[in-house]
Design a protein around this ligand. Structure first.
Ligand SMILES: CC(C)(COP(=O)(O)OP(=O)(O)OC[C@H]1O[C@@H](n2cnc3c(N)ncnc32)[C@H](O)[C@@H]1OP(=O)(O)O)[C@@H](O)C(=O)NCCC(=O)NCCS
Length: 214
């Protein structure tokens, strides 16, 4: 049976998740955030001003949803996830009704698949990873924990990523590329070679060829 849900966070990412949960008729009982949410969707949801308030719920009685988003080099999402896991809480795996997830894909705890994302067959997504709106994870990919595959990114077949990787919006990773831990791929970059630990990849600057004037 589905358990009541508490969302950690009250910003834009949290609102997208809340919308998916409400469409699925899940019982969202509260959100926790240091400031009250300005997102109208949260108006009817009880607000807790500190994460510690979640501790008043037994770990078996609720499920958590990690509503804190993920940007390059920010670790809040991972810290909060690990903190509540260590305390014994579980995180819901969320899939938008408009996402296409193969029946042969494997999603771990806390994975979030947002509207119109695609995950093809035999791909695996590790815990607390976001597959954001319209991103495509092709067949046979292995996506690590705490990744953010941002909106519109394309991972061709057989791509692997380590832990805490950010693939920027609209980036393309060609087939069979391996991306190590803590890598950031800039928005719009095309990656054709393996990327080692901790690197940031910027998109190539456009080379503009001037017209030939004779
Ligand atoms: C690659 C990235 C991490 C670099 O961030 P940064 O180290 O803070 O770099 P800066 O913003 O200081 O930019 C440095 C230079 O690179 C350029 N640049 C940075 N990212 C770029 C990108 N993705 N495409 C083209 N140029 C880029 C900047 O315009 C700047 O150029 P300038 O020196 O000529 O002014 C970041 O720009 C990026 O692409 N982040 C991903 C964003 C994303 O996916 N958001 C999705 C949220 S859902």
């Amino acid at each position: 049976m589905n358990k009541p849900i508490i969302i950690i966070g009250g910003g834009g990412h949290a609102a997208m998740l809340l919308e998916i949960l409400l469409k699925d008729q899940r019982n969202v009982i509260a959100y926790s955030s240091p400031v009250i949410s300005t997102q109208p969707l949260f108006n009817e949801i009880m607000w807790y001003c500190q994460d510690g308030d979640i501790l008043s719920f037994n770990t078996n009685d609720v499920e958590l949803v990690m509503g804190v988003g993920s940007l390059p080099n920010s670790s809040l999402r991972i810290k909060l996830y690990n903190k509540f896991k260590q305390l014994g809480y579980s995180f819901s795996t969320i899939i938008s009704e408009s996402a296409l997830v193969s029946a042969h894909a494997i999603l771990s705890e806390g994975v979030q698949v947002l509207p119109r994302a695609v995950i093809n067959c035999t791909s695996e997504i590790q815990e607390n990873t976001i597959i954001n709106s319209g991103a495509i994870v092709e067949h046979d990919c292995r996506i690590g924990a705490h990744n953010h595959i941002a909106s519109g990114a394309i991972l061709c077949g057989g791509v692997t990523t380590g832990t805490q990787v950010h693939i920027g919006a609209g980036a393309t990773i060609i087939q069979l590329i391996n991306i190590a831990d803590n890598v950031t791929i800039g928005a719009g970059a095309t990656v054709t070679k393996d990327v080692t630990n901790g690197c940031t990849i910027f998109p190539a600057k456009n080379h503009i060829q001037q017209p030939y004037n004779g």
